[in-house]
Design a protein around this ligand. Structure first.
Ligand SMILES: [Zn+2]
Ligand SMILES: [Zn+2]
Ligand SMILES: [Zn+2]
Ligand SMILES: [Zn+2]
Length: 257
């Protein structure tokens, strides 16, 4: 077996999202890479790391068995279907790269400020919006990634759970739309969510049309304003969700009802 040098985060069982990280050994989530670096030095993490060994059956594919999942060190991905995973072309490509660049968030168009606010290029979103959590009434949120209704008070913790991070990692934000980042996520094949407008869009054609539309443009401009001005404008134009938008309507939009 040729010696493969994986990124140290991958080797350390850290699932790396765009700006979200999860240690699968300690089952802890992190919002900043600095905190991940500190975490990797912790005794508890290091001792768990020492105990890990490739699954004998999938050694050549760099797969570990972790609880109910298999973790692929080459792809930095969890899978429940190791046989299928080892055959997919992205895996074959990933495991044959002999030296990969260090994972870093520098020069990435998505950044999280120390107060939790996220910038996608010039578009500013709150920590919860970044995580796909939107209020459906005064004390409930819906998480688009998990397709789950959560209590407002649980929203912060929900964003740190493994299932959530896992789902989040699967829906990347489009950062390269005509060289201008847009806060639009692919939730499932042919299902997109525009986080600026909180709108579900089926099919890519609708997304293109939506981006070039007036209302998206206006909302996008509001979200690049400094915090105060934006909240004043938002209160003038009402919340992004209108008040009769109930949970049922959300489910319908998601095609689940
Ligand atoms: Zn850890
Ligand atoms: Zn893989
Ligand atoms: Zn979630
Ligand atoms: Zn939009």
């Amino acid at each position: 077996m040729t010696e493969v040098k994986f990124c140290s985060y991958f080797k350390n069982f850290i699932l790396c999202g765009e700006i979200d990280f999860h240690c699968m050994l300690c089952q802890e989530s992190f919002f900043y890479l600095d905190n991940v670096d500190k975490h990797l030095k912790w005794e508890k993490h290091r001792s768990l790391l020492k105990k890990q060994a490739y699954d004998e059956r999938y050694k050549r594919d760099f797969l570990y068995k972790i609880r109910d999942d298999f973790y692929c060190e080459a792809c930095n991905e969890l899978t429940t279907e190791p046989k299928k995973h080892r055959q997919c072309s992205s895996h074959v490509a990933a495991k044959s790269v002999s030296k990969r660049p260090k994972f870093e968030t520098m020069n990435y168009p998505i950044r999280r400020r120390s107060d939790g606010t996220v910038f996608i290029g010039d578009v500013r979103v709150t920590a919860l919006e970044w995580h796909g959590n939107y209020g459906i009434d005064t004390d409930q949120y819906i998480c688009f990634g998990c397709n789950e209704v959560i209590k407002k008070s649980d929203a912060q913790n929900h964003c740190k759970t493994k299932t959530h991070v896992d789902k989040m990692l699967a829906c990347n934000v489009m950062t390269d739309y005509e060289e201008k980042p847009e806060f639009i996520r692919l939730i499932r094949p042919n299902l997109y969510h525009c986080a600026v407008c909180d709108l579900i869009l089926p099919y890519w054609d609708n997304v293109r049309e939506h981006i070039s539309g007036l209302s998206h443009g206006a909302r996008r401009r509001v979200s690049i304003l400094p915090c105060n001005e934006a909240s004043i404008l938002r209160s003038m134009h009402g919340p992004t969700l209108d008040s009769n938008n109930s949970f049922k309507i959300h489910l319908k939009r998601l095609g689940l009802n």
